[in-house]
Design a binder for this molecule. Sequence first.
Ligand code: MLT
Ligand code: MN
Ligand code: ZN
Length: 304
Amino acid sequence: MKIRVLGSGAGGGFPQWNCNCYNCSRIRQGALRGKRRTQSSIAVSHDNENWVLFNASPDIRTQLENFPAAQPKHGLRDSGIKAIVLIDSQIDHTTGLLTLRESTRPLEIYCSEMVKQDLSTGFPLFAMLEHYCGINHHPVPLDGSGFEIPGIEDLRFHSHALKSKAPPYSPHRHDPHEGDNIGIVVEQVSTGRKLYYAPGLGEIEPRVQASIQTANCLLVDGTFWQHDEMARAGISQKLALDMGHLPQSGPGGMIEALSAASRARKILIHINNTNPILDEDSPERKILDEAGIEVAYDGLEIDL
Ligand code: MLT
Ligand code: MN
Ligand code: ZN
């Protein structure tokens, strides 16, 4: 299968429009060796022609403009994007649906019941899109059992609930429900090769651990290096876990969790602009290099 990283940054992207933190200010001045990043999304295909979009970022217009494989090829209006899987209802993962409103057919959207509810109430994108292209909602199973997407042959999708956070506008922001956030294993049936995609992940539960151990490629939560990163940067008192993200460093952190994955390519994605790993010369980046962990960047393509 082919995987394209459309956007590797967390909400706000890098640099963020109003941020003058140590990273954002230095990249603007040309004083940081690193890459700018748009907001969180990937696309996956079995044939390099029909793509499943995972999350629709506010930056989707630019992301698709830079991605010829999914651009129109047949007829006057067309797209290689055949379906959209939403892993949660956060702004950075859903706002791009509005940009897709010109679609000539209803958007085929795969998401949990909780995400559907958020996008029908607190952030009523689904209702708004009814005035444009409309949507077809397909519920995703949360027991890991798996589902298929018509037109996407040879790929099977296994989704499971994650411990993370519903967005601030969710009617149950402070009352977590199964399916507020999901992780997905994408399996190519003919080869048995598996991608695990979980950009928002607060806890290494047994299902997460099992997916980390069995997948051939991991694209997992790389939001924060440490718990109190936002506080240290003087930006916010919110801790990583308050936002549903497991930090990389420290006991029980993502680096430790990934050490269990012996055969996989390990890649962090959804990197917040405060994270020191954005600086390719940072000691934190060196720690990742030594642990065999990569940092996703916009435009990264993976042949799995
Ligand atoms: C998150 O995952 O917590 C988001 O990046 C927050 C946001 O988009 O505002
Ligand atoms: Mn996010
Ligand atoms: Zn910043």
